[in-house]
Design a protein around this ligand. Structure first.
Ligand code: TXA
Ligand code: MG
Length: 344
């Protein structure tokens, strides 16, 4: 298939994108978190193409994207908790899971009785969804298992030739996927995936009650325990080379990394800005200032994906702490590292 690549500022192209979606096709579009691979959320046939293009297991449900919080009434059984979240964070990097009304097609929910809804804030995402005139099912626009794409180059690597159109919106500002909150029917709320809307921010929302962090967020599942979100069960975000996270003070971490570089010149070191001088140029990737977790989140996936093209044999990175957006970073990095932590 020939994939048309267009600028998000091209209004005519966005109108054509709407046509592709209404005809049952696929369009990649930018959001404030990561790029999304969109299809008509009301069509099982269109949504099936998303699973095929990504190689995604069919039991892993998709997020439905809309532009106005009130539209949720059509698709879900909402309540006060949803509107409290909408008031605080929408449009923005948060997804809310609620009981389905059965309007969004079955393939989107992968057989679950729930629907996950998100209202992106990215102006191009909003214009695109409005042009489509229907809700848009969209996972991250990567092949299943790879880190989510945050820039055009990475989208093209995974999706060119498989979709009708890719809309370029430059680099994504947040860099990790949305925070996912499930509103349970017993009145409780669970954080299934941490993101730029942090647990600390969620706990400030009155009317939401006490929010529990799902065990799978930090990989604390017991043997045989099923995660609360199907996607948490899959290998994810993994670069080709094995990644290990280093726990310890900065000096000990840098010493350890220097030793690893000396042992194997193909070792890639992810470090904080200012530390790169300790390592051979070309095999070091500064992820941002040590105290700027937002910047680190923005850069993480891009660094992991680029490592695939660099002939890297192994990767070491600092273990982030879990405050604020740090929890989202920690969650993604633990999974990318298959939970390998080295204490120094
Ligand atoms: O920021 C984002 O959320 C991006 C952009 C494109 O909006 N989308 C995204 O989608 O990250 P995806 O498919 O890569 O991740 C969605 C996650 C999966 O782990 C899936 O299992 C979970 O959300 N999920 C979706 N619907 C669910 C549901 N009804 N119940 C439980 N988990 C659900
Ligand atoms: Mg994904």
């Amino acid at each position: 298939m020939k994939t048309e690549i267009v600028s998000g500022e091209d209004r005519e192209a966005l109108a054509r994108a709407g046509g592709i979606i209404r005809d049952g096709g696929l369009v990649v579009f930018p959001t404030e978190t990561v790029y999304g691979l969109g299809a008509d959320a009301l069509s099982d046939e269109a949504v099936a193409k998303i699973y095929a293009a990504k190689g995604r297991p069919s039991d892993n449900p998709l997020i439905t994207h809309i532009t106005d919080p009130a539209e949720a009434e059509k698709y879900c059984f909402t309540d006060k908790r949803y509107y409290a979240l909408a008031e605080a964070f929408m449009p923005g990097p948060i997804t809310v899971i609620m009981k389905s009304r059965g309007v969004v097609c079955k393939t989107v929910s992968a057989g679950l009785p729930t629907v996950s809804l998100r209202i992106p804030s990215h102006p191009v995402a909003r214009d695109f969804i409005k042009e489509c005139g229907r809700p848009i099912a969209a996972p991250s626009a990567n092949l299943s298992g790879k880190p989510s794409p945050t820039k055009l180059l990475h989208v093209r690597e995974d999706m060119e030739g498989k979709v009708g159109m890719i809309i370029d919106g430059g680099e994504c500002g947040v860099g990790v996927e949305s925070t996912i909150v499930k509103l349970c029917e017993d009145g409780s709320a669970v954080l299934l995936r941490p993101g730029a809307v942090t647990v600390e921010m969620l706990r400030e929302v009155s009317g939401l009650g006490n929010i529990r962090i799902a065990d799978a967020v930090l990989g604390k599942l017991r043997e045989g325990q099923r995660p609360e979100s199907p996607g948490m069960a899959y290998r994810h975000y993994a670069p080709r080379a094995p990644l290990a996270l280093i726990e310890g003070d900065d000096g000990a971490r840098l010493d350890y990394c220097r030793r690893m570089c000396a042992e194997d010149i193909h070792t890639l070191i992810i470090c904080y800005n200012g530390e790169e001088k300790a390592f051979p140029a070309g095999m070091v990737a500064p992820i941002g200032p040590e105290n700027d977790r937002e910047e680190q989140a923005r850069r993480l996936f891009s660094i992991l994906r680029d490592s695939d093209d660099r002939g890297v044999s192994r990767i070491f990175a600092p273990l982030p702490d879990s405050g604020g957006v740090g929890l989202a970073l920690l969650n993604r990095m633990l999974r990318a590292a298959a939970y390998r932590i080295i204490r120094v």
